[in-house]
Design a protein around this ligand. Structure first.
Ligand code: GDP
Ligand code: MG
Length: 162
């Protein structure tokens, strides 16, 4: 079985940047405009000889209407399809109500979730992780999708025992 990993989180936290880094493609649209990826996007990737499938999503903010509601729906479908969820948050923005909303949804599912505190570029990773401890996700890692920090450790933890 090829494991499926879904990238979820509110818009602009770096999901597509991580997707592109892991799949080494430019398929996912990366931009400063929140909500640019409107659909689920699938990619294949390999980590130390192991194949896995990644799903990029548009994002969930928790108060969606119209097109945003569709994006949120796609994110929820991606969570259902996945074996593992990478739940991304933004270390520079800090904890947001939308993060709490997503965490509450994930708590209701019985799905392995890794909390990725992204954009820790040159921040203290321990301080950044501590800020998100109210989300109560057991596995929390500091990463920088743009610069590659923490990605090796992330994939080792994610695929161990899968
Ligand atoms: P998405 O909406 O969650 O898919 O977010 P994107 O991947 O489109 O990224 C949103 C913005 O955050 C872009 O300007 C990225 O370049 C930026 N970004 C993503 N990862 C990092 C990171 O690790 N550090 C910094 N400083 N910026 C990042
Ligand atoms: Mg995106």
């Amino acid at each position: 079985m090829v494991p499926v990993i879904a990238l979820v989180g509110r818009p602009n936290v770096g999901k597509s940047t991580l997707f592109n880094r892991l799949t080494r493609s430019r398929d996912a649209i990366v931009g400063d405009i929140p909500g640019l990826t409107r659909d689920r996007q699938y990619g294949t990737a390999k980590w130390q000889g192991r194949d896995y499938i990644l799903i990029d999503t548009g994002g969930i903010s928790g108060d969606e209407e119209g097109i945003d509601a569709k994006m949120a729906e796609q994110s929820l479908l991606a969570i259902e399809e996945a074996d593992i969820v990478f739940f991304l948050v933004d270390a520079r923005d800090g904890l947001c109500p939308a993060d709490e909303h997503i965490a509450a949804h994930l708590r209701k599912r019985d799905k392995r979730t890794l909390l990725l505190v992204n954009k820790t570029d040159n921040l203290d990773v321990e301080v950044a992780r501590a800020e998100f401890s109210p989300l109560a996700v057991a596995e929390t890692l500091g990463v920088s999708a743009a610069h590659g920090r923490g990605i090796q450790q992330l994939m080792e933890s994610a695929l161990a025992g899968v």
